[in-house]
Write a protein that binds this ligand. Sequence first.
Ligand SMILES: Cc1cc2nc3c(=O)[nH]c(=O)nc-3n(C[C@H](O)[C@H](O)[C@H](O)COP(=O)(O)O)c2cc1C
Length: 182
Amino acid sequence: MEAIKNIKERRSIRRYIPKPVPADLLRQVVEAAAYAPSWTNSQTVSYLALYDPEIRKRVDEKVAEVSPHNGEILKNVPLLVLQLSENGKSGIRRASGKPIREGMDQHWQSFDAGLSAEAFCLAAHDYGLGTLILGGYAEDMIREVLELPENMKISCLLAVGYPEVVPDAPKRKSAEELLQTV
Ligand SMILES: Cc1cc2nc3c(=O)[nH]c(=O)nc-3n(C[C@H](O)[C@H](O)[C@H](O)COP(=O)(O)O)c2cc1C
């Protein structure tokens, strides 16, 4: 698929058909997402796919507690994937182990995660899968379920599956509104 077409066509999918996502297809999506740029190519972003129905149920419940809207969506999401990123790597000077600027380590960690999430969603779209980035959850509640190591942050949740409904694109700002020149 042409890159521009893929970028413009990808939508946030909130309704999925009840068809499982093949493990090998998810692997291919992650393999493509690995090509996203990252701070000094540190590649600190990884993905945790929740295939275990019991774990999935507990995570869904935690999301629903915080966001009933997202809880409703999750009821028909075939596969939920956690995007994880490693703390203390992005935005850090390798030689000194210190942030490039005070506080900027968190900024660049999120930046890397965002780039990887977009690559993940675009790759999934290319393979015929729908995705939804979910930010409406409480990280501490999900960490507790999964007993994640302290150095791992949940950067976002990603719903993955075959779309049932593809909505129209929400209106975008024009290039004229977005682009200034000096
Ligand atoms: C960081 C981030 C967090 C988001 N969190 C949610 C969410 O919790 N629930 C939801 O339904 N959509 C969520 N979205 C999806 C946005 O609403 C969606 O990307 C936006 O409306 C544009 O629609 P499009 O992705 O179809 O172009 C999130 C998107 C981003 C980038």
